[in-house]
Design a protein around this ligand. Structure first.
Ligand SMILES: [Mn+2]
Length: 446
């Protein structure tokens, strides 16, 4: 017997991988996990006959010759299957997109990829072999790709994910169905909790970060809380969100956290509470007699441990080009051309900021034939400046509100530096590095 298995607690990428494995390895039986992740239950219920699953217990007494393992390379996530296999020495091939260092299945051949979804890997093989898919297979596979790539917006997304998706759409995948399978708020309890939370959100500025907090008491543990937390995160877009659910029955505080900033490293924070996850998503369970006390303690802990947010002083250009207000427009235009800027701060004889001169101001002078007039006659005097301690979030707000591209940073009136749109974008570009972190780690973390 030859078999293909995914990981325990099958999710959408796992099912996408399995449906394609069924076509790639035609003599293999597909084995289902005891557990199906809540996100995948709808799809599973509707399409289970397309997989033609066998149960792990059907493996008992069988001689297993070959095993294909999909979407995981960690022993802990496949041992439910192996507990039914004995008296076999199968050849094992793993097709996985998690980092290779996580592989702890001995004697297996690892076919590793770094795609956003594991389904992409198998879809690429299907494309290369010229296999034609049914519309149902294409829909199941495309759902897997959408799920693990965060609808193609996670940092782990590769061009191959998009190529595979294009192929699946050509094969007749239904985006309408994909969309319905991706809905994460599925039952009334989740919806009620979501509504209750949104009425009780608190945003606190902690160490310059915008931190969203919520506290809610539940009689007992509820399904799909992580999905609710994701929804709230989407709605509010804080730097980080810490949701605390106090489960009265078990006297446990369940902490589910999401961060959108490298500086707020949840792996470090939740580690203190015995929790798990990675730096942008995680959860922890803490025994606590009083939920409210735990919440207060946790807020205090954040005040004391969060690494301060980046500020203007961290991203500004300190050696700022400026021009004295008594220079002429002609000199200013030659200087701007030389430094290839579109504007620059103007200072007085004491080095204090006096205004801002842009190419547009110079144009006005040129039209009036006033190129020998001093800069101060044409510069903009009412300018927006900021202190070196303002946060990146505030800088973003200022750019957005005033439609400016240069923000002089001043201490009192002394010019210290400048933050341009470019500085801001460079900072944001480098902010979130999710390489090698797949969505199902995020999903399992809470
Ligand atoms: Mn996956």
């Amino acid at each position: 017997m030859k078999i293909a298995i995914g990981h325990t607690n099958m999710d959408l990428d796992c099912l996408g991988s399995l449906i394609l494995a069924k076509r790639l390895f035609r003599d293999h039986k597909i084995v289902k996990s005891r557990l199906i992740h809540p996100v995948a239950r709808n799809l599973y219920n509707l399409y289970q006959n397309h997989f033609d699953f066998i149960n792990p217990k059907d493996l008992a007494g069988q001689k297993i010759e070959e095993i294909k393992i999909l979407d995981t390379s960690s022993w802990g996530r496949v041992k439910e299957y192996f507990s039914h296999i004995s008296d076999s020495d199968p050849r094992i091939d793993i097709y996985d997109h998690h980092p290779a260092e996580n592989c702890d299945i001995l004697g297996a051949t690892l076919h590793q990829s770094s795609f956003g979804s594991n389904t992409t890997h198998l879809a690429t093989m299907i494309m290369n072999q010229g296999i034609e898919l049914t519309t149902e297979e294409a829909t199941i596979a495309l759902t897997g790709i959408y799920a693990d790539t965060g609808k193609f917006i996670h940092e782990n997304v590769k061009a191959e994910d998009m190529r595979a998706a294009a192929f699946l759409i050509e094969s007749g995948a239904s985006l309408k169905l994909v969309k319905s399978f991706l809905a994460t708020i599925k039952d009334d309890e989740q919806r009620e909790i979501l509504h209750a939370i949104t009425k009780n959100l608190v945003t606190r500025e902690i160490q310059g970060h915008s931190i969203l907090l919520s506290y809610m008491e539940l009689e007992e543990n509820a399904q799909g809380l992580a999905a609710v937390v994701e929804k709230v995160l989407d709605l509010e877009n804080p730097d980080a969100y810490f949701a605390i659910f106090y489960i009265k029955r078990s006297q446990t505080a369940l902490l589910i956290a999401r961060s959108q900033k490298e500086r707020i490293d949840l792996h470090d924070i939740l580690h203190v509470y015995g929790g798990g996850g990675h730096h942008l998503a995680g959860s922890a369970k803490v025994k606590a007699a009083e939920g409210v006390h735990f919440f207060d303690d946790f807020c205090l802990f954040l005040e004391n441990t969060l690494i301060p947010a980046a500020r203007a002083v961290d991203i500004m250009t300190a050696e700022v080009n400026s021009i004295n207000e008594n220079e002429t427009l002609l000199e200013a235009s030659i200087y701007l051309e030389k430094i290839e800027h579109t504007g620059l701060p103007v200072t007085d004889n004491e080095g204090m900021i006096a205004g801002f001169l842009s190419l547009r101001d110079i144009m006005k002078g040129r039209k009036a034939d006033q190129m020998h007039a001093p800069v101060k006659a044409y510069m903009t005097r009412k300018i927006i400046t900021a202190s070196p301690t303002i946060t990146i979030r505030e800088i973003e707000r200022i750019f957005y509100k005033y439609h400016i591209g240069h923000l002089p940073i001043v201490d009192d009136k002394k010019l210290l530096g400048i933050v341009t749109r470019w500085d801001y974008l460079q900072f944001r570009r480098s902010l979130v590095k999710l390489d090698g972190i797949s969505d199902d780690i995020i999903k399992t973390a809470g």
